[in-house]
Design a protein around this ligand. Structure first.
Ligand code: FMN
Length: 334
């Protein structure tokens, strides 16, 4: 039997399959079902900065600048009473999950400003979280704000959070940075022990009958793995941090790809929401069967085999591949 054990953020995991932040953690019994199906680590749904500090700078920023031209869009920001999990309830839930589960529990904070809410990282640690994941979900709409300004503020935020806790901190990124490797390196220098590639931005749609901008949440498909695969493969072995792949892991073979690219772990949400917690067992079975069939004895042995450092043609991950891909399509049309 191949060895599935691995580690993430210094935590010992029985296998590399992690449940990424999702509503599963809102009910202890649903989280337990994930553990029973073989999931090795649970990332909780996020506690949002806006939930902690309703008057926070970030919320003002979003309300005043990000959405000013769409009065309807203000309805995306629910009133405090309508959030289903407030900070105290969240902290209590961390403790309940820790009491019930044997797998590590990672609490998740979602915010962008350096406000008082940052103290909650310490409170999550005190509540028993094994690690923290910080999701910096921010969309700049201001013509005057530069990428450098934003990146500096985000690195400072990570530094502040890493300085507040002794448990490891991972940062969940979005893919839209001009120089992702440089920014990733800044986050690691600021203290991040792990980087999660990627958070998905939920794109609003337009209802052309009601003339409204409508929120739109679709589950991912397996095709979406290609974007994080590329970045994990490029960054593998270049940073002093664990890389986690999130987006598009829907099968055991997808999890194999995540590890072969260089992922310390493969994270799943959409497939589990679609097929239920029990689906994790099927994914793990397929993962293990693939390892056996290809004579890999451990996950560590597989890791990074298809990273940019590991492949015979590293340019396949870069621009050089672009022309080749287009030419191969032209050839199909001949
Ligand atoms: C219903 C739903 C709720 C989510 N909630 C959170 C959250 O609270 N915090 C977070 O960082 N990501 C959240 N995510 C993003 C997932 O953790 C994950 O990164 C994303 O869905 C991509 O992975 P997937 O392709 O396996 O779904 C959520 C996703 C879905 C579909």
């Amino acid at each position: 039997m191949p060895e599935l054990k691995t580690s993430y953020l210094g935590l010992n995991l029985r296998n590399p399959l992690v449940a990424s932040a999702s509503p599963f953690s809102k009910k202890v019994e649903e989280a337990k079902a994930l553990e029973d199906a073989g999931i090795a680590c649970l990332v909780m749904h996020s506690l949002f900065e806006e939930q902690i500090n309703h008057e926070s700078r970030a919320l003002d920023f979003f309300l005043n600048q990000g959405t000013e031209s769409f009065a309807e869009a203000l309805t995306y920001f629910p009133e405090q009473d309508h959030y289903d999990v407030g900070p105290e309830k969240y902290l209590k839930l961390v403790g309940e999950l820790k009491n019930t589960l044997t797998i590590p529990v990672i609490a998740s904070l979602n915010g962008v400003s350096n406000g008082g809410w940052v103290d909650y990282s310490r409170r999550m640690q005190e509540a028993g979280a094994d690690a923290l994941e910080l999701n910096i979900y921010f969309l700049s709409t201001d013509l005057k704000v530069t990428a450098a300004d934003l990146e500096k503020a985000q690195v400072e935020l990570v530094q502040q959070i890493c300085g507040s806790v002794s448990i490891p901190v991972a940062v969940k990124l979005n893919p839209f940075y001009t120089s992702l490797p440089n920014f990733a390196s800044g986050l690691v220098n600021a203290g991040a022990k792990g980087l999660v590639f990627f958070n998905r931005f939920y794109q609003p749609d337009l209802d052309i009958e009601t003339l409204e901008v409508v929120p739109n949440l679709k589950l991912s498909t397996s095709d979406e793995i290609q974007l994080p695969l590329r970045w994990v493969a490029i960054l593998y072995g270049k940073l002093q941090a664990d890389l986690a792949l999130s987006s598009g892991v829907h099968s055991g073979k997808d999890a194999v790809k995540a590890v072969m690219a260089g992922g310390q772990v493969a994270m799943m949400t959409s497939a589990l929401l679609h097929d239920g917690a029990g689906y994790a067992a099927i994914v793990l079975k397929e993962f293990e069967a693939w390892m056996s069939a290809h004579e890999y004895s451990s996950v560590d042995q597989m890791r990074g085999a298809l990273s940019q450092k590991g492949v015979a043609n590293p340019a396949a991950y870069e621009r050089a591949n672009y022309l080749q891909v287009l030419t191969s399509f032209d050839n199909r049309m001949k």
